[in-house]
Design a protein around this ligand. Structure first.
Ligand SMILES: [Zn+2]
Length: 591
């Protein structure tokens, strides 16, 4: 390939930021001059033919963000940009990381909500309100003690540092479900409930993930008994939360952020030599160090390049200092090996292949959180030309998620870059369960280090998609094909009957990209049932079409029950499309 000269635009730092192909929000930006310093972290934007093997080789090892077919960005210093230019990558812009963050100061942060029974406990925080990994471990044990009927603390292994006899950390999860005590023998799944696993921070510096997991935990525990959705979820499903999948790396990030600079909006803007940039675990094997640029050289194995399926393939590096170092072998790291074993304990071993797709009766869903780029990613992340045998159903659930956030949705190679050895591929391919990654946020929302005050708004905006995914655990390859009940009301009448009104939308899919969005059918039927759990699909009592004709992908239904006993009742409604697919049940209380 012909070597191209470094093309730095003189006015680059004042150009509009955001790659339009990814739909990034464009924010007001401060004008910061490009710098030649090797201590300032730069957002390096480039143009290159990303299908070229030479380009792929040049970009190997970097954590590439926000790519279209011919453009992308990554973090490094000016020296990184020079190195890439020497390899033929056309650098279109360098701007200091943080220069495209919103200039508007965020409102003062309110503390993260805690489950009510532990709300008077204090938990150590860093960077304006994020809980430390030590605090999360205390929170998890406190919740298990304060909510014995709902929660169980599970230690599933030790981190790399702990396994080496250094201080290190436990790997831990919290099991949350109604009647948890009566079913504490979770290895034998004695309550036979479907399972939803929600995890954050496998990449240590992607700090918003754990905060989302924490907020969801408080949401469902505080909502039980008052919020019909949270109540129905814990009655029907086992929720498993993992606050931090990479605790050694997270502790390293916490230390770094204590001394990191911030922008005027309060977002983190660490210098290049700050350990806040730690992405990987703290396995120092093979790492020689010696760089002042922690964004391009740091210890550790990329835990999301270390899993079994596709290990060693595209988007991974063999250099222990690289961001995407894959490790010496698949599952070489205790964090990934023990989490993979843990998933097998939760879901069993059910390998899928083209000749044996996961059965439609499969139960379970997995959602793990990364940042940033506003993406919903589904398998296979290692190679988007390898099509999972359950692809139609996997896409249905992915685009149902993005209905709530409108993130770009696809296999990793469709929306960003093929990346081999990621957890979602192994969970799907080995355990048969559909697994998803969300990349939360944009560079204008604080990038890797959003001001804590941003987290409440982002969580509230996206929580619907988390609940949808959790609720889909009962039949993840079936119900997402059916319509979503978008509004539901239930009113008690004078004769103690209850009037039900519902609206359902089979087209409740994300639309990015529109040419990949699953197709919708007309909504044709609705039914209700009364009780702690919804009746099985097709076994409820019919509601009537409000306009009498099933000729639209959005329809309204109504009906009136017989007289019901006094006191709180839970009513579930689900709806069906013209292809006969029943969607998930939505719950509502009536008093
Ligand atoms: Zn990540």
């Amino acid at each position: 390939m012909k070597k191209l000269p470094l093309q730095l635009l003189a006015t680059a730092a004042t150009l509009t930021v955001g790659l339009s192909a990814m739909g990034s929000a464009v924010a007001t930006e401060k004008t910061l001059a490009p710098t030649n310093s090797d201590t300032v972290v730069q957002n390096i934007e480039f143009r290159a033919d990303l299908s070229s093997a030479t380009v792929k080789a040049a970009l190997q090892g970097y954590d590439v963000e926000q790519l279209s077919n011919h453009t992308g960005s990554l973090l490094g210093t000016h020296q990184t940009a020079q190195k890439l230019a020497a390899k033929g990558i056309v650098i279109t812009k360098e701007s200091p990381y943080g220069s495209d963050f919103s200039a508007a100061p965020e409102a003062a942060a309110t503390p993260s909500p805690l489950p009510n029974r532990v709300k008077n406990n204090s938990y150590e925080t860093y960077f304006g309100g994020y809980k430390t990994i030590a605090a999360y471990q205390k929170l998890a044990t406190d919740i298990a003690a304060a909510y014995p009927e709902f929660a169980q603390y599970v230690d599933y292994g030790d981190s790399w540092q702990k396994a080496k006899g250094q201080t290190g950390h436990d790997l831990f999860a919290l099991r949350i479900t109604a009647n948890a005590q009566q079913s504490s023998d979770w290895q034998n799944n004695t309550n036979h409930k479907p399972r939803f696993v929600f995890s954050g921070q496998i990449h240590a510096r992607e700090i918003i993930g754990s905060e989302f997991v924490s907020r969801f935990t408080a949401d469902i525990l505080n909502g039980y008994g008052t919020d019909p959705e949270a109540t129905a979820l814990l009655d029907s499903t086992e929720v498993w939360v993992v606050f931090g999948s990479n605790p050694d790396g997270i502790a390293t990030v916490e230390k770094g952020l204590k001394t990191a600079a911030t922008t005027s909006s309060g977002d983190g803007n660490p210098a290049a030599n700050n350990t806040a940039w730690q992405r990987k675990n703290m396995d120092t094997d093979g790492y020689t160090g010696g760089s002042s640029d922690y964004t391009s050289s740091q210890p550790g194995v990329d835990l999301n390049r270390n899993w079994l399926t596709g290990w060693g393939g595209q988007g991974t590096s063999t250099d222990p200092s690289d961001q995407s170092y894959r490790g010496k072998s698949a599952l070489s790291e205790p964090e990934s090996k023990q989490q993979a074993d843990f998933f097998t304990q939760l879901f069993g071993k059910h390998p899928v292949s083209n000749s044996s797709p996961a059965p439609s009766t499969t139960q379970g869903t997995v959602l793990n959180l990364h940042s940033y780029s506003n993406l919903v990613i589904y398998p296979y992340a290692y190679d988007n030309t390898v099509i999972p045998p359950n692809i139609a159903a996997i896409k249905n659930l992915g685009f149902r998620q993005s209905f709530y956030n409108n993130f770009a949705t696809g296999a990793a190679g469709d929306v960003i870059y093929n990346a081999a050895g990621g957890d979602i591929d192994t969970i799907y391919q080995q355990n048969g369960v559909p697994a998803y990654t969300w990349e939360i946020g944009t560079s204008s929302q604080g990038g890797f280090f959003p001001a804590f005050s941003r987290t409440e708004g982002l969580y509230n905006k996206y929580r619907g998609g988390i609940f949808y995914t959790a609720n889909a655990a009962a039949a993840p390859y079936k119900t997402p094909a059916g319509p979503t009940v978008t509004t539901l009301t239930a009113t008690r009448n004078g004769d103690k009957s209850v009037s039900i009104k519902a609206t359902a939308n089979d087209n409740a899919f994300g639309t990015n990209p529109s040419n990949s969005k699953p197709s919708a059918q007309n909504v044709t039927a609705a039914e209700y049932s009364i009780g702690t759990l919804p009746a099985a699909a097709g076994n409820g009592t019919s509601l009537s079409l409000t306009d009498g004709t099933a000729n639209s992908t959005t329809e309204s239904f109504n009906g009136t029950t017989a007289a019901l006993a006094d006191g709180k009742q839970t009513i579930f409604v689900r709806t069906k499309d013209a292809d006969g697919n029943w969607g998930p049940a939505k719950a509502i209380f009536v008093s």
